[in-house]
Design a protein. Structure first.
Length: 279
């Protein structure tokens, strides 16, 4: 009997049918509007935590529907994780929300983005400021040991309309506080170095209010027992809707921080969590 090796091999490892195909390894739905998933990582893909790539699926006409997605996993992870909105009738996410383990997605392996550690001057405290799925790049940066090498404290402020929309971020932070790798590197005090400030705006929860309001009123500094932001010590990364980005930029500038870039590091950087109407 001759063994058809191509068939045996295909049974173990399905032939890749899409260009730049990666295989979905797990999917978790967090609400009617949010889900996360993990895919295989191309062996050649190197990225800096906080960057985004283009991912997608073939459209009905065979042409790929591609969208920008922040990589939510840190750069040391063997797989890639993404955290996604489900837009009703969205060209990509109406299909993407149906993916199952074993399915393939398209992933263009060209990471880019402004939310990288090198785009900021050294400082003492790093503020991650996000609304909605704008948490995704910080899900990567919070899990990267280099963030804690560079900053004594990391403060994750995440605001959503409802408490349910905070769940992915909340579980991630809770798991991180007991993370073996970070605990090994930074000891028992690690949990104190990552401060989490989740708020809601349209549903009662322990902490309420927009990020902009909690910064300008000083409430977040009082609640976390921190001094107000200053240019010598505080650095920030911002990721949310266009309206949020515009408003929070003005707040940060009010504290004396200046917007930087990869080529010109300063005290804060901004990236859109999605393209849409907003101001
Ligand atoms: C740099 C960058 C990084 C991004 N990273 C992510 C990410 O990590 N996760 C993610 O879910 N999306 C992310 N997006 C948005 C993403 O590119 C798509 O817009 C989203 O997947 C919806 O695709 P769609 O084709 O279904 O709808 P689209 O036609 O792209 O969007 C339709 C409308 O839905 C709204 N919308 C789109 N995305 C979002 C969102 N994330 N949150 C709230 N409202 C939204 C907007 O009003 C938009 O006009 C990012 C966008 C940019 C520019
Ligand atoms: N998430 C939902 O339940 C929902 C429902 C229907 C439609 N949509 C649509 O989907 C899109 C995205 O929704 P989303 O919930 O991810 O984003 P979003 O509407 O931008 O709201 C996310 C969070 O950011 C806050 N925020 C919005 N603009 C801000 C600003 N300028 N400064 C400070 N904080 C700001 C919101 O507070 P406020 O609540 O105070 O605005 C909310 O807590 C929007 O176009 C929205 O109209 C969302």
């Amino acid at each position: 009997m001759t063994l058809d090796l191509s068939v045996a091999d295909a049974a173990v490892k399905p032939a890749k049918t899409l260009p730049d195909a990666q295989t979905v390894t797990s999917v978790q739905h967090w609400s009617d509007t949010l889900f996360s998933f993990r895919v295989t990582r191309p062996a050649s893909l190197r990225f800096r935590s906080g960057e985004f790539v283009m991912i997608g699926l073939p459209g009905d006409n065979g042409k790929p529907i591609l969208r920008a997605y922040s990589i939510a996993s840190p750069n040391w992870d063997d797989e890639l994780e993404f955290y996604s909105i489900k837009v009703p009738d969205g060209p990509l996410t109406s299909k993407l929300q149906l993916i199952q383990p074993g399915d393939e997605i398209i992933l263009r392996p060209k990471p880019v983005g402004t939310l990288v550690l090198d785009a900021l001057l050294p400082g003492k405290r790093m503020w991650f400021l996000a609304t909605g799925t704008g948490l995704a790049p910080f899900a990567s940066l919070m899990r990267d040991p280099e963030t804690y090498e560079r900053y004594e404290q990391v403060i994750m402020m995440h605001t959503c309309r409802t408490a349910e929309e905070l769940t992915y971020g909340r579980e991630l932070v809770e798991n991180l506080k007991h993370d073996e790798l970070l605990g090994e590197i930074y000891g028992e005090d690690f949990a104190k170095r990552l401060l989490y400030y989740p708020t809601t705006t349209r549903e009662e929860s322990p902490f309420m209010g927009r990020i902009t309001d909690n910064l300008t009123s000083g409430k977040v500094f009082e609640d976390l027992n921190l001094p107000p932001m200053d240019v010598a010590n505080d650095r920030a990364m911002v990721c949310g809707s266009l309206a949020f980005n515009v408003d929070v930029k003005a707040v940060l500038e009010g504290f004396g921080l200046r917007e930087g870039a990869n080529s010109d590091p300063k005290e804060f950087v901004v990236e859109k969590a999605f393209v849409g109407e907003g101001v």
